[in-house]
Write a protein that binds this ligand. Structure first.
Ligand code: VAH
Length: 317
């Protein structure tokens, strides 16, 4: 049986649905701090805090868990607002899962992020092996987590695998406290036909990916032969990059001609300024045949097909 922590989150909610489609509703146990969303596919759900090791052990021991996707985490912007909780959840939650994986021979997936890169990292075609000096608490927990995962693999043989996700764009859940979430907000505003004030400068360029590609990459990595994996901290991964201004122009062309975007950078600008503009993910492409399927046009077509539209009904007097 598969356990997905952070099951209500941006990645978790879509991963649970995909895994339940593949393996059956009862084969996937969702775990989150909150009860299951009524919108997600029905199936077993546990409400628990990943900081509670006994609760995690209870689930793993009583529900015959053999694989864990440990997605529970505070993201970059929220992590800067609540750094102590970010360290506690992101690091202790991960260490509990790694210890349980060692005790119960579990196979693990754990998400890292482009947030592990910092101001001294090459910003263009950021290499797989490079200088990592994260400047956010979130980025520090993600780099520390990568090192912890590699330690448990090398020292205890735990089969834990990880991806440095770029900004992920999806229509199924509301943004959850990330810095790249401006892109989701911009799509939603363009689809609704309302103006949007962007909290990043128009020239801020970041690596991005459509959620279906991120889910497919995750499952593909988990299906790979262990011997094929040359990276056991975390794989670089990307599909494309765009700046906030380029996305606005793209949406004026594909969604709403008069789509009005203004720019009012806030403290998330300093987070984005320390992240790469483009990523070199050749290791993922070489080791387990990673290949994105969605480019920007394909993502936009699918996003707009699913997002709530402007109220096109004639307004009743
Ligand atoms: C965030 N979307 O913005 C997440 C991610 C690439 C950034 O870790 O915090």
């Amino acid at each position: 049986t598969i356990l997905v922590t952070g099951a209500n989150g941006q990645i978790g909610s879509e991963l649970v649905d995909m895994l339940r489609q593949r393996h059956g509703l009862e084969a996937v146990v969702g775990l989150d701090l909150h009860p299951a969303h009524e919108s997600s596919a029905p199936g077993p759900h546990v409400t628990a805090d990943v900081r509670d090791k006994a609760a995690l052990h209870e689930v793993i021991a009583t529900r015959d868990i053999d694989t864990v996707y440990h997605l529970a985490s505070l993201l970059s912007a929220t992590g800067e607002q609540h750094p102590d909780r970010a360290w506690d959840v992101n690091m202790n939650g991960l260490k509990h899962i790694l210890d349980l994986a060692r005790e119960h021979s579990l196979k693990l997936f754990w998400p890292s992020s482009i947030a592990v890169f910092g101001p001294s990292t090459p910003r263009h075609d950021t290499p797989q092996e490079t200088v990592l000096n994260p400047t956010t608490m979130y980025g520090i927990t993600k780099r520390s987590g990568e090192l912890l995962c590699r330690y448990y693999h090398q020292r205890h043989g735990v089969d834990v695998r990880s991806l440095r996700y770029p900004g992920l764009i999806s229509h199924q859940t509301e943004p959850g406290g990330g810095t790249t979430d401006y892109a989701i907000d911009m799509y939603r505003a363009a689809a609704r036909g309302t103006a949007y004030t962007c909290y990043l400068r128009p020239d801020t360029r970041l690596p991005m990916m459509y959620m279906p590609d991120a889910i497919r990459a995750t499952l593909r990595l988990m299906e790979a032969e262990p011997g094929a994996l040359s990276v056991r901290d975390s794989y670089n991964l990307t599909a494309f990059s765009f700046s906030a201004g380029e996305l606005a122009a793209h949406l004026r062309e594909h969604a709403a001609e008069g789509f009005a975007v203004s720019y009012d950078p806030d403290d998330r600008q300093s987070i984005a300024d320390n992240w790469p503009a483009t990523i070199d993910d050749r290791a993922a492409r070489a080791d387990w045949a990673w290949q994105p399927e969605y480019d920007l046009d394909a993502m936009t077509a699918d996003m707009l097909a699913h997002l709530p539209k402007a109220n096109t009904q004639p307004q009743h007097a």
